[in-house]
Design a protein around this ligand. Structure first.
Ligand code: GDP
Length: 436
């Protein structure tokens, strides 16, 4: 429970063993006792106390640790409600921490990233953001923009000091500096997206090329972590796997896995569709038989995309090789494997690491943007800086420059949550689970 009445409500239902009054109990302590309803003991519990402002929400807070189970927990919850507590909305604790000013919006959002993290790197990025590394960077840029505004105001308010020319040059330099920093952040989203969403990977190939076997080889060999969830398009299942920290989001593997029943459905059209939304295509060919028309179609599809070509079944007598006319100009992306014997899988991994420069995603020294909302606002701020630069260049009145620059500040304030609509706040916190 959190809030003004948290302790009052607690006192009605909880009796500490030594019957201390709430005023005597210090924050950050745990008391042993019983939850009671009309003198009847419901459970033996431990209660932790956090006194305002030193708590997660900055309000008085207490946490009741019961033995658990469904009946007892439900009963304790009902008792709290009966005595005046209200059920928390999703993310309400974190929302209060934000609204009460203990953390900014960026930090609040990182909490959900940490909870939802599917890979260690993602969790690490979340922790860094919670610690405030991104907030600090944005704050610094904001300060620089504030400095620009102050300079401008002086010029506007005291036009008799004919300083415009100097000021304009100075302004341009200041804006450029802020822009460089924002561009670095914007660019970090390339990595951030991979960290958060994984590399959207499609494994395509004609029936019997070895798609399922490849997947099994990857899953078994590397003890991958698999998370299955509904895909972005209807009827698809997406799986998030991390192989040695490489996050891959396999698209539509449901279809691929059931290839045997669905041979008909996995036509070229479907492959084309899947390929459209993929960051990476792994195209698999059976090297023990001639290329079919379907194979050739697949080769056409992947020409436009980042792709890896696997010549599978190298344990059998080769009929096609990398030297085949059809593979011209694609040689550097060809890897020979045997999905059955699990040979060459390591090489595939190495290739992906190289292609996406995964080794270079270093979270220790740099700040990585992982959230699309932040990225969009940063892009907007950059656009507004460019607008301001343009206005200055075109010798427009300084008041107009000032308007552009205030827009930049507004974009940055929306990131950290100082200027953000209730609607957006509600949307952000609705993604949290209860009790967070
Ligand atoms: P999919 O239809 O593309 O998913 O193909 P599967 O993975 O189901 O494989 C089709 C058949 O090829 C199965 O009988 C596999 O055992 C066999 N197969 C797959 N990979 C290899 C391989 O590397 N070597 C050999 N000899 N057979 C393979």
């Amino acid at each position: 429970m959190s809030g003004e009445k948290a302790f009052q409500i607690l006192e009605k239902i909880f009796e500490p063993k030594h019957k201390e009054k709430i005023e005597k109990i210090k924050g950050y302590t745990i008391k042993y006792g019983t939850i009671k309803e009309e003198n009847q003991i419901i459970d033996e519990v431990l209660v932790s106390y956090f006194k305002a402002p030193k708590s997660y929400t900055t309000e008085n807070m207490c946490e009741i640790n019961s033995h658990g189970g469904i009946v007892i927990v439900r009963k304790i919850l009902d008792l709290c409600l009966k005595n005046g507590a209200e059920l928390a909305e999703p993310g309400e604790f974190t929302k209060r921490a934000f609204l009460n000013g203990r953390i900014d919006l960026l930090q609040a959002e990182s909490v959900i990233d940490i909870i939802d993290a599917k890979s260690e790197k993602e969790a690490k990025a979340g922790i860094k953001q919670l610690e405030g590394s991104l907030s600090k960077e944005i704050k610094e840029i904001k300060q620089e923009i504030m400095d620009v505004i102050v300079k401008l105001e002086v010029t506007i308010d005291y036009p008799e000091y004919d300083v415009e020319e100097v000021t304009k040059e100075e302004l341009t330099t200041m804006l450029k500096k802020a822009k460089t920093k924002l561009k670095t952040l914007e660019k970090s989203f390339d990595d951030g997206k991979i960290i958060k969403e994984g590399i959207r990977t499609a494994i395509i190939g004609k029936p019997n090329a070895g798609k399922s076997s490849l997947l099994n080889a990857i899953l078994k060999e590397n003890r991958a972590i698999v998370t299955e969830y509904e895909g972005t398009t209807r009827d698809t299942i997406e799986e998030f796997i991390t192989i040695d920290g490489i996050p891959l989001k396999l698209i539509d593997t449901a279809g691929i896995r059931n290839a045997k029943d669905e041979v008909e459905k996995i036509g070229i059209e479907k492959s084309k569709e899947i390929a459209k939304t993929a960051d990476l295509i792994i195209a698999i060919f059976d090297s023990s038989s001639e290329l079919t028309d379907e194979d050739k179609e697949i080769l056409k599809i992947i020409k436009e995309k980042k792709s890896i070509i696997l010549l599978n079944k190298t344990d059998l007598k080769p009929v096609i090789t990398a030297q085949n006319e059809e593979f011209k100009n694609l040689e550097q992306n060809i890897i020979k494997i045997s999905a059955l014997k699990r040979e060459g899988i390591e090489e595939v991994k190495e290739k992906i690491i190289k292609m996406f420069k995964l080794k270079e995603i270093e979270l220790d020294n740099e700040i990585v943007i992982t959230n699309l909302r932040h990225k969009n606002l940063i892009s907007k701020a950059i656009k507004n800086i460019e607008k301001a630069e343009e206005t200055i260049k075109n010798q427009m009145p300084i008041d107009i420059v000032s308007i552009n620059i205030k827009d930049i500040l507004e974009n940055l304030n929306t990131i950290t949550g100082e200027e953000v609509s209730e609607e957006i706040i509600n949307e952000i916190f609705s993604k949290f689970c209860l009790g967070k």
